[in-house]
Ligand binder design. Structure first.
Ligand SMILES: [Zn+2]
Length: 107
């Protein structure tokens, strides 16, 4: 297990143009943090960002974080459901496999 976490490079317009260092730094921080989270944690964090006032659109967040818009929306639904599908104590270690029972109550 010597895998270096891969840090996503933001693909938003602002970072591509490269002038607004505050935004660039902020997006780099987000991606650095995300690189240390497991998959469900990543989508919950991005969903949390998406619910902030003045948050970027899901599409924009997808460019920033590399997550699918679909994944972000799923994270939002899970957060709105109080993470009932992921109770405390049921968190699996990275590499230990996927969530066992995902409830398909909403679609
Ligand atoms: Zn960016």
């Amino acid at each position: 297990m010597s895998t270096e976490p891969i840090i996503h490079q933001c693909e938003c317009k602002t970072c591509k143009i490269g002038l607004d260092t505050e935004i660039i730094k902020s997006h780099q921080r987000i991606n650095l943090f995300l690189s240390r989270l497991n998959e469900p944690q990543r989508r919950w964090y991005v969903a949390t960002l998406a619910e902030e006032t003045d948050a970027p659109s899901d599409r924009q967040l997808a460019l920033i974080t590399g997550l699918d818009e679909k994944t972000i929306r799923r994270g939002k639904v899970e957060m709105q459901d109080q993470l009932v599908a992921a109770p405390v104590g049921r968190q699996r270690q990275e590499g230990a496999g996927r969530w066992r029972a995902e409830k398909k109550t909403r679609r």
